[in-house]
Write a protein that binds this ligand. Structure first.
Ligand SMILES: C[S@@+](CC[C@H](N)C(=O)[O-])C[C@H]1O[C@@H](n2cnc3c(N)ncnc32)[C@H](O)[C@@H]1O
Length: 348
């Protein structure tokens, strides 16, 4: 493997950030190997540096660097080691300026001062590279992460613009209805379904359109259906407001195989209702999921993926359809009385 990537993961969830990265790598057919993990840190070996693959895709990562060093924090007290790291970093830098930025995950290694570390490593790099330190607009950023197992040092190549997701939070959209997912989780679901730009993505329970917006933002073609006419109108408004082109129409998801869709669709990403609601009529959630999944098997292409969330008391493997293989499941606590499970299914 040519290059080890160092991901600083968001602390929002234990398993979703890694699942999202795996989803993107697999969507692009990239050969990769997990090289290690730590609290909020993931190391992935790939054949070449891949900035374009992750740009505008990730939601649950802060930034990605090319790994230069991993070791015990105490090894940085050794002047020779520090110089060797500085030399290796200097060989990778381009331009005239740099900054070293150190991050501590949670409270690990409280005895190590981040400022002192930045200064010491920055001094060595300035000396070996002959570049200037520029803390406001550096051309290169050197990342130092202190996590449970030790210290990780890398040269940063991608920042995830996480604040963009805040601007799309459900209550800020033109049409709001409670129950819409946080855009970061919605984006992660799109990525976990191994979705890539250009794919045709269907959400048969589209509500206000949150998942469709995230799929559209990465360049997918999107189609949404919902049984509630208000939601259909609202989703259309929200998609238009975000500049996402897509089709939304009223339909009962349990009859999705009869819908006028351009079949087959490549991916299904959806967040069905969790309890008995007025829209469900007499249908219990179990029946709703089962009938919908059976219908989706007819519109999803062979080898296509579904990312679907259900309440944890519902076991898709026991009650679900034999048309799919379960690849992953992730538990996610929403509040005291609701834990959802995100399932990644593959059409056999
Ligand atoms: C949890 S919400 C989806 C939220 C959505 N992800 C969003 O961003 O707003 C579930 C949606 O399923 C719709 N629904 C319920 N039963 C349905 C059915 N049989 N067919 C299609 N949609 C249905 C509801 O109207 C509701 O909008």
């Amino acid at each position: 493997m040519g290059c080890n990537l160092l991901f600083l993961l968001s602390g929002e969830h234990e398993t979703l950030p890694e699942a999202e990265i795996r989803g993107i790598l697999e969507s692009e057919g990239i050969r990769w190997k997990k090289k290690g993990s730590d609290d909020q840190v993931l190391l992935v070996g790939v054949e070449r540096n891949l900035p374009q693959v992750f740009a505008n895709r990730l939601a649950l990562t802060h930034h990605i660097s090319k790994l230069v060093f991993f070791g015990d924090v105490s090894t940085l007290r050794n002047g020779k080691t520090l110089r060797r790291i500085a030399e290796e970093i200097s060989n990778q830098l381009d331009g005239d300026s740099f900054a070293v930025r150190a991050h501590r995950v949670k409270q690990y290694h409280p005895e190590t001062s981040l400022r002192a570390l930045e200064k010491k490593l920055g001094g060595e790099i300035a000396e070996t590279s002959k570049m200037r330190v520029n803390l406001t607009r550096p051309e290169n950023e050197i990342v130092v992460i202190l996590s449970r197992k030790g210290v990780y040092i890398g040269t940063k190549f991608l920042d995830v613009p996480r604040a963009d997701f805040d601007r799309r939070r459900p209550h800020l959209r033109r049409y709001f209805h409670p129950g819409s997912l946080d855009p970061r989780i919605a984006r992660a679901m799109v990525n976990m379904a191994r979705t890539k730009p250009g794919d045709l993505v269907l959400d048969p329970f589209c509500g206000t359109g949150g998942l469709l917006i995230e799929a559209g933002m990465i360049g997918c073609r999107v189609i949404g259906t919902d049984i509630d006419e208000h939601m259909v109108q609202g989703a259309r408004i929200n998609l238009f407001e975000q500049g996402v082109r897509g089709e939304v129409f009223k339909w009962d998801a349990t009859k999705i195989c009869e819908a006028p869709l351009p079949v087959p669709v490549d991916r299904v990403v959806t967040d069905p209702p969790y309890g008995i609601s007025t829209t469900l009529g007499k249908t219990c959630p179990e029946e709703l999921y089962r009938n919908t999944l059976n219908g989706l098997a007819e519109v999803l292409r062979e080898g296509g993926y579904i990312c679907i969330s259900t309440p944890e008391q519902y076991d898709l493997e026991k009650n679900g359809s034999s048309h799919y293989k379960t690849l992953e499941k992730h538990r996610m606590r929403v509040h005291k009385s609701l834990t959802r499970v995100m399932w990644i299914l593959k059409r056999r």
